[in-house]
Design a protein around this ligand. Structure first.
Ligand SMILES: [Zn+2]
Ligand SMILES: [Zn+2]
Length: 722
């Protein structure tokens, strides 16, 4: 069950009413929460839907409306000072509007998406980065208790039989990352001012021991590379240690038993972790000298440790996760069984290392050294006010250059510049908020560089948005929940003998999104593609077979990625290379993604949005105060991808009643042709004596074929790779 603290938002949304009231903030006395529709931060980026707690008021402003009112708030992240042009103060006895108020914020509780300009925040906001989602308000008093835990399930572990007790301490992973020692295990309460991070840092993923099913390991949900171990040199304290990555120091993990009668957690065995630095194969061997076997877990003053007898053992109570992270039925429609194959080894991509890519000695900086306009956009990796100023200025220049060069040599951009700005700034805001990549470092930029180019190619301008990405989303990858992950192609006994992809690794993508308006096609085959999913299956077949299986939007598609998402992961067509929906094979995570046979980062075949879940790549919060669903990706044809229209919630949004065409796109309100994530019903069948047919919902990102005309784009799209 999922519950959201949307009361404040609902109230504010209602009070804002029409979008004409866009600029005004609202402060509600009953909640103490300030909602600012648009805020310009000190890094020069615009954010939509910022909510915050006001610490003090520096200047109360005036109730007389000035002759002009600025369209957005301005926030200085160093001083915490927010300048508000207009705020409606709502109390139980009514409301009053104040102008030019200056306050100091004590806490920013929620940050929405990044947007391209103050004017377009309602229309073109990217979905909020995962690091921002973690800070968003979330609280539930309705935790449900569990007597007997199940494997591969997430629980909260408390020292209180009453979950809603404000004194209840929950086992939590600490906030401070150390490459050598991992994270602390600490007890923490759940305040009513909780955020998603409050809960996610307390979710433990229980995994049954391979030999004794009633023993289980405790992995952190937020940082899935980390499992609970103990430190014999530090009073037998429990600590989170890296057991699923290329750690600089390796330790191991403990498996526990849980007695549902006595409520005691007992350490039963310990495994030592190591991986081969050449093959990256991980191994876990039992620690035969584990001195604290059969010890119990004790919690004292927030510290967990192992103690030798029941006298000082602490009783623990288990609660279900309030947020559902299990694989939705749509991603395993035939109810396939969980595959227990060995894990495929980690991968190492020499090109995907930050020391190779980033900095003035890095590959990107050096490759652009002869062009000052490009170089200025990559002088600093990630979000940066200076590179942003250069990028914004150069994008504006591209627009005027194209216009003044005329239709043959120049042309026009496909979208308003604020669409590209929102996408660029959102990508650069994607930082790894989870220890979930085998060779990733929490906090690192997942998309170090995005820059705009406008080269004359054969005498014609061809502007691109170039994206350098490590190919991973910022949130826990969820690959260990996947029912039937891709095999790694090893061995000779088919799938059963293969390792399967349950880990993520740093990847490297240099992608070029064409920004010029090259037009659209109305049939997929109007675009020339060197390789397609259709061709892979039917090129070698007879003309009769080919004629019986025509090319269409689903199969006349890239054999690899067809676009990139706003978090830096790439997206693939809805079909797999056997022309079946990837969803039907039960091979996707809760996010709609998986790691392919070759390893690397997860790519996504399906839209992971779930109503009410709140913690996907885009969420209900990303629709608040918006006139169009959030920006979530771009196809390599240059066509933007927005989130789905929720039915009937989004009936008032622009384009809701403009039908999507067979490509999943439409055009309305002068936005320019664009895609939307959307759904359709489909059936999946199983074979054999008990063959059955299952109905499910396909959740499309970009379906497959390109709707954008690609034949005029120099280079990469036609060849299938950009
Ligand atoms: Zn795939
Ligand atoms: Zn639309």
């Amino acid at each position: 069950m999922t519950k959201f603290n949307f009361a404040a938002f609902a109230l504010l949304t209602g009070m804002l009413g029409s979008h004409a009231a866009w600029a005004a903030d609202t402060w509600t006395s009953t909640t103490g929460v300030l909602n600012a529709p648009v805020v310009k931060y000190s890094d020069s980026r615009f954010y939509s839907n910022v909510t915050a707690v006001v610490g003090s008021t520096t200047s109360a402003g005036t109730t007389t409306k000035p002759s002009s009112v600025a369209a957005f708030d301005t926030y200085d992240s160093t001083t915490g000072v927010l300048i508000i042009p207009e705020v409606k103060v709502v109390t139980t006895s009514g409301s009053t509007t104040y102008y030019n108020v200056t306050v100091k914020l004590s806490n920013i509780t929620s940050v929405g998406g990044v947007c391209g300009s103050a004017d377009t925040c309602a229309k073109y906001s990217g979905s909020a980065p995962f690091a921002s989602v973690l800070a968003q308000t979330y609280y539930t008093s309705a935790l449900t208790s569990v007597t007997t835990p199940a494997t591969r399930t997430r629980y909260l572990i408390s020292d209180s039989a009453t979950a809603s007790s404000t004194a209840a301490n929950f086992l939590s992973i600490g906030s401070t990352y150390s490459a050598t020692t991992g994270y602390a295990a600490e007890g923490a309460t759940i305040p009513t001012s909780a955020t998603y991070k409050t809960y996610l840092s307390k979710l433990m993923y229980l995994v049954a021991d391979s030999t004794t099913a009633t023993y289980f390991r405790l992995d952190s949900h937020l940082h899935p590379n980390q499992s609970i171990d103990y430190d014999s040199a530090d009073s037998n304290k429990l600590k989170f240690r890296n057991n699923f990555g290329k750690a600089s120091t390796t330790y191991g993990y403990i498996v526990f038993s849980y007695d549902s009668t006595t409520k005691l957690l007992q350490a039963k065995k310990r495994y030592k972790y190591s991986y081969d630095a050449t093959s990256y194969k991980a191994t876990y061997t039992q620690d035969t000298s584990f001195a604290a076997a059969d010890y119990y877990v004790n919690l004292t003053s927030g510290v967990y440790k192992l103690v030798s007898g029941t006298a000082t053992a602490t009783k623990f109570y288990l609660y279900n996760s309030p947020i559902d992270f299990s694989i939705p039925t749509d991603f395993n429609p035939t109810a396939g069984t969980y595959q227990t194959n060995a894990d495929a080894p980690f991968k190492y991509n020499a090109q995907a290392q930050r020391s190779v890519v980033e900095g003035t000695a890095g590959s990107i900086y050096r490759s652009l050294s002869s062009n000052t306009d490009y170089l200025n956009q990559v002088k600093t990796a990630g979000s940066d006010a200076t590179t942003k100023a250069y990028a914004d200025a150069y994008l504006a220049k591209i627009k005027t250059t194209l216009a003044s060069a005329g239709t043959t040599v120049g042309g026009s951009l496909r979208y308003d510049t604020s669409v590209y700005t929102a996408f660029r700034d959102s990508l650069l805001a994607s930082t790894l908020a989870s220890d979930t990549i085998s060779d990733g470092t929490p906090g690192m930029n997942l998309v170090p560089y995005v820059y705009f180019t406008n080269d004359l190619i054969n005498g014609v301008y061809h502007p691109f948005m170039v994206i350098i990405s490590y190919g991973n989303g910022a949130d826990p990858h969820g690959l260990r929940d996947v029912t039937r992950p891709p095999g790694d192609g090893t061995g000779t006994s088919g799938y059963a003998g293969q390792g399967v992809t349950r880990f993520s690794n740093l990847d490297y993508y240099a992608k070029k999104i064409p920004m010029k308006d090259y037009g659209v096609v109305t049939t997929p085959t109007a675009n020339t593609m060197a390789t397609t999913l259709w061709g892979d299956v039917y090129n070698s077949q007879s003309s009769t077979v080919q004629a019986a299986n025509p090319k269409d939007v689903l199969n006349y598609a890239s054999t690899a990625d067809n676009g990139i998402m706003i978090n830096g992961a790439v997206m693939f067509p809805a079909y797999s290379n056997v022309l079946q929906y990837s969803q039907a094979a039960g091979e996707l995570s809760v996010n709609g993604c998986h790691v392919g046979q070759g390893g690397g980062g997860p790519h996504c075949h399906a839209d992971g949005y779930q109503s009410g879940r709140g913690i996907g790549m885009y969420n209900d919060n990303d629709y608040l105060n918006k006139t169009h669903p959030p920006l979530i990706g771009f196809g390599y044809d240059g066509v933007a991808l927005f989130g789905r229209y929720r039915t009937p919630t989004d009936a008032a949004l622009l384009g809701y009643s403009t039908a999507l065409d067979s490509f999943g796109g439409h055009n309305h309100d002068s936005i320019g042709y664009h895609y939307h994530a959307h759904t359709a019903t489909a059936t999946a069948t199983t074979t054999g004596p008990s063959a059955k047919t299952y109905s499910y919902t396909v959740r499309y990102l970009i379906k497959g074929a390109y709707a954008g005309a690609i034949n005029g784009i120099p280079g990469c799209v036609v060849a299938g790779q950009c």
